[in-house]
Write a protein that binds this ligand. Structure first.
Ligand code: FMN
Length: 247
């Protein structure tokens, strides 16, 4: 037997379906949901206390303790750090790079010496580095001065990279405009043909920078946004002054 629906029932069904379909303007503006809800993204930080009396007197040793924990817990890129530079007109710029080493002198990363960041550094070597490890609710902010590492050290690291990465370093005129992706791939092919079977040498335009720090800040997320911040500032004679900063 056929059931006949009233107009009212049909309207109810349409209303029900509409609730599950995106509204017209939501289709046009897929960002609408993210924009409205971004302020609602919130979590409580429950980190362990960071006390002046428990930190190392040397910030690089404290960094080593935290980095070891990060490397154990963070699955991907625990060594990723935000590198901030300043252009000759005083305008800042940031991008992610990978820390590839650290010791008592500072932290090292590798890049193209003709890139935008390197142009900034040659005009003004003052840089800032920021690590954020969300799983540990920890941040480390470092300020220092960048200088090129010795060629032999860059050579040794370049040699340790996979062949494909070495070819890419040679092929990429980092930060400069390309006409297309095809142009980049063509450059890769040319280099592959040129060095077929041969050792790929480090190009002079690629190598490492050492950031020699003069300020460190270790930030540990704590409950109710009452975070711990321990700051180290390098003083005359190489002594590190330690202080607590308000969150
Ligand atoms: C996870 C991650 C790691 C990266 N590591 C490096 C790196 O070690 N060296 C580098 O030159 N660029 C690295 N990049 C690319 C840079 O962020 C940036 O796009 C590039 O260096 C050009 O920057 P510039 O034009 O400001 O010089 C990385 C990007 C990401 C997202």
């Amino acid at each position: 037997m056929l059931h006949t629906f009233t107009i009212r029932q049909i309207q109810q069904v349409i209303r029900f379906i509409k609730r599950w379909l995106p509204a017209k303007d939501e289709v046009r503006k897929p960002m609408k949901f993210a924009r409205q809800s971004v302020a609602m993204i919130r979590r409580e930080y429950q980190g362990m206390p960071l006390e002046e009396k428990n930190v190392s007197p040397n910030p690089l040793q404290q960094f080593e303790i935290w980095f070891e924990e990060a490397a154990r817990i963070i699955k991907d890129d625990p060594n990723a750090m935000m590198l901030s530079t300043v252009d000759p007109d005083g305008r800042p710029a940031s991008r992610t790079v990978l820390m590839k080493g650290f010791d008592d002198y500072g932290l090292t990363f590798y890049t193209n010496f003709e890139s935008r960041k390197s142009v900034h550094i040659s005009a003004n070597p003052a840089v800032a580095l920021t690590f954020y490890w969300p799983d540990l609710v920890r941040q480390v902010c470092i300020e220092g001065v960048a200088e090129k590492i010795p060629d032999a050290q860059s050579d040794a690291y370049f040699k340790s990279r996979p062949v494909s990465s070495r070819i890419s370093a040679l092929a990429s005129p980092q930060s400069r405009e390309l006409s297309s992706r095809a142009e980049l791939e063509k450059r890769v092919k040319q280099i592959q043909n040129e060095y077929e079977g041969d050792e790929i040498p480090r190009p002079s335009f690629w190598g490492g920078f050492l950031v020699k720090p003069h300020r460190f800040e270790f930030w540990q997320g704590r409950v109710n946004r009452l975070h711990d911040r321990i700051c180290y500032v390098k003083k005359e004679g190489g002594y590190w002054k330690i202080s607590r900063l308000a969150p």
